[in-house]
Design a protein around this ligand. Structure first.
Ligand SMILES: NC(=O)c1ccc[n+]([C@@H]2O[C@H](COP(=O)([O-])OP(=O)(O)OC[C@H]3O[C@@H](n4cnc5c(N)ncnc54)[C@H](OP(=O)(O)O)[C@@H]3O)[C@@H](O)[C@H]2O)c1
Length: 381
């Protein structure tokens, strides 16, 4: 899902319990894990191309080990299971279908996947996690079981939940998954006392930031950043493996506060007021992931309201060396050490000459991408 030369994704810690509880090891386990890993990899290729639908992967495995892969097509197109079933054709009869998210049982823009699975003669279905969408949840699995198909739930559930965090958050809360991204020096400076901040981080880190933009449905900054930097907030330095149908990965550009008509961010969505209301509004527009890119005032508001699901801080080996540079957050923070907000690092990666540190705060149950944190290398140049 992430563009990296070193490894395929951040390796986080504290794996959540699989959704169906522990399962005694069985004869299928090693093959199940491997096939679900393949399904996860297929899903990763379409991370930027399916929203507001979930980015799902599927694999059909025949009894003699042949594999057929599928991933969700652009909205209105086929779901991952259908793509894999089409690839398999007649060979799907008696085969096992692996799919990261519970197959749908309702008719939306496409027909129910469960019926297609039953019609194809699949004998076993292995699912990563249940779909919390009220139109689906549990029903897909029930229909498959009712048709006599052997269903296993919970294989690689932690990795699947991590990969689909934004989708799951949106379906469970109605709000986008909020990623706060900032670029800082080692001593936490995000802008010089005279307001200049371009560039604190290396080109590889900035390109990685564009990958984050491409994965997000909307990007938000404060009016202060627009006045100071006049950014365009487009995706320029990243091209996903699969592009969205319209050929553009540029997210909706959202500005808190008033924006000049001639600002480069135009056309944009200018909004204001209570941040919870702003998130409700964006959620109702189908925004699954919101990338907040600062500046310090806006970052502080989101942070203090407890609305950040993931902090992504690019840290450069550079020092402002005083107390007059702009920090990560504007406004008053914790007064006493006991009030410090804590969380856990879910990824630490080297990106070019910088580090990308990702923290999930303790107050949210949202997203790790799997078990265990490790230092890794992303850009490496
Ligand atoms: N290093 C980094 O990662 C990074 C990222 C972005 C920006 N920056 C730097 O940060 C500096 C700008 O930061 P900043 O703290 O001055 O400004 P900011 O956080 O970008 O914007 C703050 C402004 O946004 C508006 N605003 C905030 N919350 C609002 C709400 N709930 N409703 C309506 N309007 C709201 C207000 O605009 P009004 O004042 O119009 O009321 C407020 O003054 C620049 O120097 C920029 O270069 C650094």
């Amino acid at each position: 899902m992430h563009r990296r030369t070193g490894r395929s994704g951040p390796i986080p810690m504290n794996a959540p319990t699989p959704t169906d509880g522990p399962r005694p090891p069985g004869p299928h386990d090693a093959v199940d894990r491997e096939c679900m890993t393949r399904a996860l990899a297929a899903a990763a290729t379409v991370r930027c191309a399916t929203s507001p639908n979930p980015w799902v992967g599927a694999v059909v495995r025949t009894p003699d080990g042949r594999m057929f892969h599928g991933a969700t097509e652009a909205p209105g197109g086929a779901h991952a299971e259908i793509v894999a079933l089409r690839q398999a054709g007649d060979q799907a009869r008696g085969a096992t279908l692996y799919v990261t998210l519970e197959p749908c049982a309702h008719t939306g823009r496409t027909g129910p996947c469960t019926q297609a699975i039953i019609d194809a003669g699949i004998s076993r279905v292995v699912v990563g996690i249940e779909d919390p969408d009220p139109q689906v949840t549990g029903r897909g699995l029930d229909q498959l079981r009712a048709a006599g198909i052997d269903v296993t739930l919970g294989v690689q559930a932690d990795h699947v939940a991590g990969q689909l965090t934004a989708y799951l958050t949106h379906r469970r809360t109605g709000r986008p998954y909020v990623v706060l991204k900032l670029a800082a020096t080692l001593d936490g400076g995000t802008a010089a006392p005279n307001g200049t901040s371009q560039w604190i981080t290396c080109p590889e880190a900035r390109a990685d930031g564009h990958r984050l933009r491409a994965e997000s449905d909307a990007i938000l900054v404060g009016a202060g950043t627009i006045r100071r930097d006049d950014p365009s907030l487009t995706v320029r330095d990243y091209r996903p493996p699969v592009m969205p149908a319209g050929g553009s990965v540029d997210p909706l550009r959202v500005v808190l506060g008033a924006v000049d008509d001639h600002a480069r961010v135009q056309p944009c969505y200018s909004t204001s007021g209570d941040l919870g209301d702003v998130l409700d509004d964006l959620g109702s527009k189908g925004i699954l992931q919101l990338l907040v890119e600062g500046g310090a005032k806006v970052a502080g508001e989101f942070h203090r309201a407890g609305l950040v699901d993931r902090y992504v801080i690019y840290t450069a080996p550079a020092l402002f060396g005083g107390d007059d540079a702009r920090g990560l957050f504007g406004g008053n923070g914790a007064w006493d050490i006991s009030e410090v907000r804590r969380g856990r690092f879910v990824a630490v990666e080297r990106v070019g000459t910088d580090l990308r540190l990702e923290m999930v705060p303790d107050h949210t149950g949202a997203g790790t991408d799997g078990p265990g944190v490790e230092a890794g290398s992303a850009g490496g140049s």
